[in-house]
Design a protein around this ligand. Structure first.
Ligand SMILES: [Zn+2]
Length: 199
């Protein structure tokens, strides 16, 4: 690695920080970028800066948006009494693409993973509780992933919301254990939401 020019080493080091990118892939991507026409490389750098500049969190659902509240929370045709809790923005878009849900979302931006240093305080659960009360939500679908962390997160959320007398459900049938909502096909998601059971 030390044999690379300084600027190339820096680019490889930055790319290595991306999820799923190891040293080899980082080097391959960096060499690809070196060969890119100036215009293309500029567009890539600009896209990263733009997304950082323009995206913020919706003050209601905490999803990523360019306009607060986001388009889903602003939509008067959504069921206002239903809230679907998901781990990541990508999970909300998978459910959205399935067309099975017409309420609003709450994005945790993570799950309960104490081993990775993610405790309950990182999940904005106070905000969730506040919303359920202030928006008079009557049903919360806890659609965290069917993984160990996702199930632990669902359990914690149900404990927090139970005293509020809100109906709690979890997409049950169809979701394979350990699966990631983000990569699930719309039909499976629709079936599992339709067949959701009480917690
Ligand atoms: Zn929103």
């Amino acid at each position: 690695m030390n044999s690379y020019p300084e600027s190339l080493t820096e680019l490889v080091d930055q790319l290595k920080k991306l999820p799923g990118v190891g040293r080899k892939t980082a080097a391959r991507l960096a060499f690809h970028m070196v060969r890119m026409p100036d215009g293309e490389a500029g567009k890539l750098a600009e896209a990263i800066l733009e997304v950082k500049k323009r995206l913020s969190l919706c003050s209601f659902c905490q999803n990523l948006t360019e306009k607060d509240p986001c388009s889903i929370c602003r939509d008067p045709h959504r069921e206002v009494y239903q809230l679907c809790v998901v781990e990541y923005p990508a999970d909300a878009s998978s459910i959205e693409n399935s067309g099975a849900f017409h309420g609003r979302y709450f994005v945790l931006h993570g799950n309960l993973a104490p081993m990775q240093g993610q405790g309950p305080e990182s999940l904005r659960l106070e905000r969730l509780k506040e919303l359920v009360v202030s928006q008079q939500i009557s049903e919360v679908i806890i659609a965290t992933n069917p993984t160990v962390e996702g199930n632990a997160t669902a359990l914690l959320i149900s404990r927090i919301l139970e005293p509020l007398g809100v109906q709690l459900s979890r997409p049950a049938c169809g979701l394979p254990v350990g699966a990631d909502l983000e990569y699930m096909d719309p039909v499976t998601i629709r079936k599992s939401l339709d067949g959701r059971g009480p917690l």
